[in-house]
Design a protein around this ligand. Structure first.
Ligand SMILES: CC(C)(COP(=O)(O)OP(=O)(O)OC[C@H]1O[C@@H](n2cnc3c(N)ncnc32)[C@H](O)[C@@H]1OP(=O)(O)O)[C@@H](O)C(=O)NCCC(=O)NCCS
Length: 227
């Protein structure tokens, strides 16, 4: 039983049947909690090393390597999850990068940020409560280069990004400067968001376009026969 299978068994609520399997599961739990301690220490260390400021609410779970880079601040709410052993991109850390001293990254209560995400802020990236940010997503509040050839070494256009509550970003989605992603909306896998997303909209593609509404969809939950 590997690490991932062990987690799958836990998720499925399966109790291993033999003493050896139970011992392996307990070892796995110990391994994961020690890893969590290491990842949390790494986050704090990288923040101190960068000269930034990190505040975190209660029950922060750091389940993947997470690196703080920058002179600004990161504010993390309660019950936030950083990384997950089954989310893929195991070799890519989460990067929280408030570059400038006044730059801010805010992550709301109950949100989950998956492996390989990179948030780069010159001003502000604000993620609401209960958001699911899929693996390898890239959120930037700046172009980081000017458009004109003679302005390439300037920071370019910069404007804050707001991801409202209960938003789900699919794997490898990109959200660019100045975007508001409305509450309850979904950004499809690999979408590049260049325009505001209305509340509850489902957007996909590059550049992302509205392809549906989460509010109009029937439930995906299975019902028992006869119900
Ligand atoms: C390409 C880019 C520099 C253009 O910036 P801009 O001139 O401000 O562009 P705008 O936001 O005004 O968009 C102009 C049009 O191009 C589209 N567009 C912009 N960026 C796009 C992208 N990355 N992919 C697809 N379409 C894009 C917009 O949807 C808009 O389309 P429309 O005319 O149909 O409405 C910018 O959008 C971008 O991709 N920045 C990210 C830079 C980056 O990755 N920096 C970090 C590491 S160096």
């Amino acid at each position: 039983m590997g690490v991932r299978n062990g987690i799958l068994m836990e998720e499925a609520g399966t109790i291993p049947s033999t003493p050896l399997a139970r011992a392996r599961l307990n070892l796995l739990k110990l391994h994961l909690s020690l890893q969590g301690v290491r990842f949390r220490a790494g986050l704090r260390w990288s923040c101190w090393w960068s000269g930034g400021a990190l505040t975190a609410g209660s029950r922060l779970g750091v389940h993947h390597k997470t690196i703080f880079q920058g002179l600004g601040s990161v504010q993390i709410g309660d019950d936030v999850t950083l990384g997950y052993a089954l989310a893929g991109f195991l070799g890519t850390p989460i990067i929280l990068q408030p570059r400038l001293p006044a730059a801010k990254i805010v992550i709301g209560n109950g949100s989950a940020i998956m492996n390989g995400c990179c948030f780069c802020a010159n001003e502000e990236i604000r993620i609401g409560a209960m958001c699911r940010i899929g693996a390898n997503c890239y959120i930037v509040d700046s172009d980081f280069h000017g458009i004109r050839p003679d302005e390439r070494d300037t920071p370019g256009k910069t404007a804050p990004v707001v991801i409202e509550d209960n938003v789900w970003l699919g794997v490898s989605a990109v959200v660019l400067k100045g975007i508001r992603v409305g509450k309850d909306s979904i950004v499809g896998a690999h979408a590049v968001v260049t325009k505001d997303v209305p509340n509850g909209a489902i957007v996909a593609g590059n550049p992302a376009r509205v392809v549906g509404s989460a509010y109009d969809r029937p439930s995906d939950l299975r019902t028992e026969p006869g119900e």
